[in-house]
Design a binder for this molecule. Structure first.
Ligand SMILES: Nc1nc2c(ncn2[C@@H]2O[C@H](COP(=O)(O)OP(=O)(O)OP(=O)(O)O)[C@@H](O)[C@H]2O)c(=O)[nH]1
Length: 319
């Protein structure tokens, strides 16, 4: 059933949680009304500060996110939380866990918490998360925290969608080595060593410092990532994390880096939407039959793959 998008956007901007939830559902479900939704939201976006949080399972992401929400709420800021599970086909499931851990904030009208699953989506996370962030932004969130249950690529993807990326580690999890493997040392603007009440937190900080130094591809004017120790379950160190985030944000604003990051993000977003649309149109127009016919010619040596791809693209753009 068609929804009154203008009304929904109006209600979301007034801070009505149900309207925000409906809009995100339209995004997630790739509704035919998505274009209308995004057009209606566009004039109201661009204010939220987007923070990405990544880290291995169990490191304390949910606990840290919840503690960050409290810290920002204490400053009177409106906060959106997007918990993204790139590996789960379910929405709202894994997520039950997150919701329970987030229950402190469930009745707070200044906080929106939403889980998203992205497997099976054409374009996946790269496509859907930015649209959901736009909804939260337009709904008046000052800060949007994007938490991912991540491995490898998806973490890097989330980081590329945030203004500031926080990487969480915990002592004794062999995380330093894991981090290096996952290429995480390139994506963090702020590193948080959580569970600092456990042995080995200082060693993890030292290891991290060392590894960040080793991979020194930064120039003299570049941001030197902050490292903060926390005990998220007790809220300890969370104020320092907020300070580190604000410092990074101020640093980016002074140098125009924030604007550059957002431009790059918007460009990627447009590209992803265009490529996804192109893929869908190829499937709609030709199905596998056309592609199959081209493949046969390639295997037979009567056509090269580039010429075949040109034919496919031309078929879509000319129609
Ligand atoms: N000792 C200690 N435990 C903590 C701390 N922070 C979180 N925990 C506990 O660690 C466990 C995992 O925390 P979560 O916040 O669920 O971790 P997560 O990274 O979101 O985990 P996934 O949902 O599996 O990705 C929970 O039992 C928390 O209570 C901390 O600072 N110290």
């Amino acid at each position: 059933m068609a929804v009154d998008v203008a009304q929904l956007v109006e209600q979301a901007r007034e801070g009505r949680p149900r309207a925000v939830a409906r809009l995100i559902s339209l995004v997630e479900g790739a509704s035919p009304q998505l274009r209308e939704v995004m057009a209606a939201l566009a004039p109201h976006t661009g204010n939220a500060y987007v923070v990405g949080l990544t880290g291995s399972p169990g490191v304390g992401k949910s606990t840290s996110t919840s503690a960050l929400v409290s810290a920002y709420r204490a400053q009177g800021k409106r906060v959106g939380v997007l918990a993204v599970d790139p590996s789960s086909p379910f929405s709202g499931g894994a997520l039950l866990g997150d919701r329970i851990r987030m229950s402190d904030h469930a009745s707070d009208p200044g906080v929106y918490i939403r889980s998203m699953a992205t497997r099976g989506h054409l374009g996946g996370l790269a496509w859907s998360a930015p649209q959901a962030i736009r909804v939260l932004d337009a709904a008046g969130c000052d800060v949007v925290l994007v938490e991912t249950v991540g491995v490898g690529q998806s973490e890097v993807e989330i980081a590329s969608q945030a203004d500031t990326s926080v990487v969480l580690l915990a002592p004794g999890m062999g995380d330093g080595i894991q981090a290096a493997k996952a290429g995480i040392l390139e994506i963090g603007d702020v590193y948080v060593v959580n569970k600092a009440d456990r042995d080995g937190a200082d060693a993890t900080v030292r290891e991290l410092n060392h590894m960040l130094g080793l991979g020194e591809s930064r120039g003299p004017g570049d941001w030197r990532p902050s490292i903060v120790k926390t005990v998220a379950s007790r809220g300890e160190g969370v104020g320092e994390v907020v300070e580190a985030l604000e410092k990074h944000r101020a640093w980016m604003e002074e140098r125009g880096v924030l604007g550059e990051r957002r431009l790059r993000r918007a460009a990627t977003e447009v590209e992803t939407i265009a490529v996804t649309a192109l893929r869908e149109r190829i499937a709609d127009l030709h199905g596998d039959r056309r592609l199959g016919a081209l493949a046969e010619q390639i295997v037979a040596g009567t056509l090269d793959p580039y010429a075949a791809a040109d034919q496919l693209v031309a078929g879509v753009t000319e129609s």
